[in-house]
Design a protein around this ligand. Structure first.
Ligand SMILES: Cc1cc2nc3c(=O)[nH]c(=O)nc-3n(C[C@H](O)[C@H](O)[C@H](O)COP(=O)(O)OP(=O)(O)OC[C@H]3O[C@@H](n4cnc5c(N)ncnc54)[C@H](O)[C@@H]3O)c2cc1C
Length: 472
């Protein structure tokens, strides 16, 4: 029990989380943040005011019972605190690392209005890591009695995994079909090792396997089998969670030169083909001593830039056409990138890639921008400044300006409804599509969003599928 008065709680400073030294970490792929010590976690937890309104729970897309887990942490029962989180979140070790808490649970914390919110994500990381290390993975995973009904999940990203976790608890026989050889979606092929160690994603998938979820890799639904064929082959329902994996390009002259990657290809090659390990054959060009420019300002751009740095680039630029105030990446990631020496060229837009005469990239022509009136997104529109063009010498470019949906499900499921952007149309509450028994969620419905939003959609779909199948 927290015995401090509210005044005393509010006098405690938010605890910083230890991190690897930027000068050291820029050369390695080990995790940047190191997690709270027990003492730090206990001090930070004491800051929670345990408010009557509990807005933090509403701020979390999967409604983790935050004040309850913090209370258990204060009582010293870290394993019970971790279990409280797991009641609502099947991937807590992942979310505590990559969720943008500052715009979700922590932005709803009363203390955020007075200064700094309780570090909810860091506390969640402490208790879930504590449980993992203290139960040594030996704790018996609960298994569930089958009700004899089979459900197929297409895609093993956070939406698919969270849906699988809930459905298995309801008693369904769940099979997850994944196109790639590794499970986890963006958690595995996109987010780099230094932000999210792959061993954690593997552990979480293993936990689901122990609970009884069947995982099938190297199965591209739409090619191996269509959605209609799955439904006809004995699955009572299907959840489509194939994400948004089709990269957008800048569509400027020279974009087909050698040395230009989409962020998707670059990060997938580094993560899945282990370009960051010396004992693996090279799966990307040699970045050592080269100059790399990354185009875009989201998490994907930041991840690409910091990866290129760790592969040995002597200089890495982030080129973003708006200003620092509009950049969408998480503040923490921007801060980390700046500490590591990534250079941000705000209000710059590329006009053309330049070649060395042998089709190899050697530069980019940029134009400086200024901000005009807000556009339909509410952000101020970047406008070119006449006569401000200049050339930046670069060796590699990585384009990270967003992803659209892969067309394969659309091409092979003729009766399924899609919107004009190629996203599946699903009911926002139930995630049901226009086809009976077919549900969809995550980035394939919302467009590129966040891990926890994809997980929230997986949970909504699981609940709705359960209700639908009970009614049959
Ligand atoms: C580099 C990067 C960094 C990011 N960083 C963050 C972050 O820090 N925090 C955050 O909250 N969000 C982040 N995001 C966004 C977040 O990762 C996504 O919103 C989330 O992963 C979407 O989950 P999903 O389950 O819908 O799809 P995905 O994670 O994309 O998973 C979809 C899965 O479906 C598989 N698949 C596709 N087609 C088929 C098919 N036909 N048959 C079978 N399987 C198929 C894919 O191979 C993939 O494994 C990041 C995204 C990227 C790209």
């Amino acid at each position: 029990m927290n015995t401090l008065s509210n005044k005393e709680r509010m006098q405690i400073q938010r605890q910083e989380m230890p991190e690897q030294d930027p000068a050291v970490r820029k050369d390695n792929f080990n995790e940047v943040t190191l997690g709270y010590t027990e003492e730090m976690a206990r001090i930070e937890a004491m800051r929670c005011l345990n408010c009557a309104t509990q807005n933090c729970i509403k701020g979390c897309p999967v409604n983790i019972k935050i004040p309850i887990f913090i209370e258990k942490l204060i009582d010293g029962d870290y394993i019970a605190a971790s279990k409280t989180i797991k009641e609502d979140n099947v991937l807590p070790r992942i979310c505590s690392r990559v969720c943008p808490q500052e715009v979700q649970c922590e932005s709803a914390c009363v203390l955020a209005k007075r200064g700094e919110a309780v570090a909810i994500g860091r506390l969640a990381r402490f208790v879930t890591e504590y449980e993992t290390s203290h139960t040594n993975g030996t704790e018996k995973q609960q298994t569930y009695q089958s009700n004899g009904k089979k459900i197929a999940i297409v895609g093993s990203g956070p939406a698919g995994l969270s849906c699988a976790g809930d459905l298995i608890r309801y008693g369904y026989e769940v099979t997850v079909f994944e196109a790639l050889h590794e499970f986890g979606g963006v958690l595995t092929y996109g987010i780099p090792e230094f932000r999210l160690p792959k061993a954690i994603v593997k552990d979480e998938v293993e936990n689901l396997k122990k609970m009884g979820v069947d995982f099938q890799n190297n199965v591209v639904i739409g090619m191996s089998e269509t959605i209609d064929e799955l439904m006809a082959s004995g699955y009572a329902a299907v959840f489509i969670a194939v994400g948004a994996g089709l990269p957008y390009f800048l569509n400027i002259p020279g974009e087909n030169l050698i040395g230009i990657y989409s962020a998707n290809e670059f990060l997938t090659r580094v993560n899945l083909m282990k370009a960051y390990r010396d004992d693996y054959d090279t799966s990307v060009f040699d970045f050592k001593g080269k100059v790399t420019a990354v185009f875009g300002g989201g998490n994907t751009a930041l991840d690409s830039a910091r990866t290129a740095l760790r592969l040995g680039s002597k200089a890495v630029y982030i080129i973003y056409r708006r200003s620092e105030a509009e950049i969408p990446a998480r503040k923490e990631e921007i801060h980390h990138a700046q500490q590591e020496g990534i250079q941000f060229l705000f209000l710059n837009s590329p006009l053309e890639f330049l070649a060395d005469g042998k089709m190899w990239l050697n530069g980019v022509r940029l134009q400086k921008m200024e901000l005009g009136e807000p556009d339909s997104s509410g952000r101020r529109r970047p406008l070119p400044i006449e006569g401000s063009e200049y050339v930046l010498d670069i060796d590699y470019a990585i384009v990270a300006i967003g992803n659209g949906s892969n067309p394969i499900i659309q091409q092979t499921t003729p009766n399924l409804s899609f919107n004009k952007w190629g996203n599946i149309v699903a009911d926002p509450e139930t995630m049901q599509t226009n086809l009976e028994g077919v549900y969809a969620g995550g980035d394939i419905v919302s467009g590129g969003a966040t891990v926890i939003r994809a997980m929230g959609a997986g949970r909504q779909a699981a609940q709705a599928m359960h209700k639908y199948l009970l009614s049959k």
